[in-house]
Design a protein around this ligand. Structure first.
Ligand code: SF4
Length: 431
């Protein structure tokens, strides 16, 4: 979502003639878009500002703005602690960025904008064309969260759930497709909580799949609690919806899920997986896990391993619990570091083995790849298959934006390597 936000900030800035530069030292304005999910996010901001200060030691200082979730969480503290920062802007206030820059230019005063004004933000953004021109683009359809999982800062930094209107979303999707997008990933902190005038995410998926040149649709991130039957159905009915679903579970123990305030049990999670599989036998899953959440016993951890082996997630993102200041779980007694590290090691070994087995089964298979870009200085092209696996092939012809069948002949932990298949290949690509 920060990548989407950064692109939209760039679109806004063009209105006051600020354009991106690759040479930091030449910048008149330096904007750091921050994420508060990972540990030590605030320290990283101060560290980064130190780096910028060095670059501008003998030059005119640029306007320095901190935007995003760290700006929201820390607000005025950032301005007080680091004099080099001119403004902090929360994720629901970045529509004000041009006015803030002009005010700082004119009056050299410090500005904090951390109100939750999500409706005004999207109203203003919908007036400005989305100029993102990637083959695979992001589109935010929903923001914020009302779930209040005990470990998470999002409800405090992004505010309550808000869904954008169909009209705004479809118009922006068409802009992206006109710019060259073939794949759109719909974004939201709780994307499947999307609801606008009684229309749900499934309705939106069907509507967007009518856009002719749009080939692929994905959405992320979902919450099991909001996984309705109509959305499950869409996984077989909506042809453009890709068969990989990222569905965070966090733990395989219902006791821990309750303590996290996830509002569903492991059985309910497995029921969703089963329903999706019976709707679409090709579907695969990825997930997020928090290892060693406060109170996690050896038996709870075993249940997480069991879930991993049962579902066979083809990708998983796992971290040891780390407390976020201001969240209820931030005050809980943490599990001994050594035990936590051992559990993470065991978990990741199993997850890696499952991923390895899955990927080695792909060698020899034919997969549909949407090519996104040429690899610099090489006759090689990078794309993704329907399961979001990275694929690289050699080609002397331009493949960007094309969806072509590829025979996989090699793989490593992160990438599949293959050859364009001659049977399905448009004539001009046959060597
Ligand atoms: S549902 Fe997701 S975004 Fe919302 S509080 Fe829980 S982890 Fe955070």
């Amino acid at each position: 979502m920060n990548e989407y936000d950064s692109n939209r900030i760039l679109d806004l800035l063009k209105k006051i003639n600020y354009l991106p530069t690759k040479v930091i030292e030449k910048a008149d304005c330096y904007i750091l878009n921050t994420c508060h999910i990972r540990e030590k996010a605030t320290d990283k901001v101060y560290h980064e500002i130190g780096r910028v200060k060095k670059k501008f030691r003998n030059k005119k200082k640029p306007i320095v703005l901190i935007v995003g979730c760290v700006a929201q969480a820390e607000g005025e503290i950032l301005l007080k602690k680091e004099n080099y920062i001119d403004g902090v802007i929360g994720p629901q206030s970045y529509q004000k960025i041009n006015r803030i820059i002009l005010e700082i230019e004119n009056k050299s005063k410090k500005i904090e904008a951390t109100e939750f004004e999500v409706i005004s933000k999207f109203d203003q953004l919908s007036l400005i064309k989305n100029s993102d021109s990637k083959i695979s683009s992001f589109l935010t359809i929903q923001e914020g969260c009302d779930k209040f999982c005990k470990f998470c800062v999002v409800p405090y930094t992004r505010g309550p759930e808000h869904s954008r209107s169909f009209t705004e979303i479809v118009a922006e999707a068409k802009q992206l497709v006109n710019n060259g997008a073939k794949e759109i990933t719909l974004l939201g902190q709780n994307v499947n909580a999307y609801c606008y005038n009684n229309k749900k995410l499934s309705d939106l998926l069907y509507l967007l799949s009518e856009i002719k040149s749009l080939e692929r649709i994905r959405y992320t991130t979902s919450h099991p609690k909001d996984f309705s039957n109509d959305l499950i159905k869409a996984h077989s009915k909506c042809r453009k919806l890709m068969p990989l679903l990222h569905l965070p579970v966090q733990s395989g123990s219902t006791k821990i899920l309750r303590q996290m305030n996830r509002n569903h049990s492991v059985n309910e999670y497995l029921e969703i997986i089963e329903k999706l599989r019976s709707e679409n036998e090709l579907i695969k899953f990825s997930s997020d896990f928090i290892i060693a959440y406060p109170g996690e016993t050896e038996a709870d951890f075993e249940k997480t391993l069991f879930l991993m082996k049962k579902v066979k997630f083809i990708n998983s993102y796992s971290f040891i619990f780390s407390p976020r200041p201001g969240t209820p779980a931030g005050r809980l007694k943490q599990i001994d570091k050594k035990i936590a590290k051992e559990r993470l090691f065991i978990f990741q070994n199993i997850a890696d083995q499952i991923k390895k087995d899955y990927r080695s089964r792909l060698v020899g298979s034919i997969t549909k790849v949407l090519f996104e870009n040429k690899i610099k200085d090489n006759d090689q092209y990078f794309g993704r298959d329907e399961y979001f696996n990275s694929v690289i092939v050699n080609s002397s012809k331009d493949l960007v934006g094309k969806t072509i069948n590829v025979k996989i002949n090699q793989c490593n932990h992160n990438t599949l390597f293959g050859d364009l298949t001659l049977d399905k290949l448009p004539k001009e690509y046959a060597a």
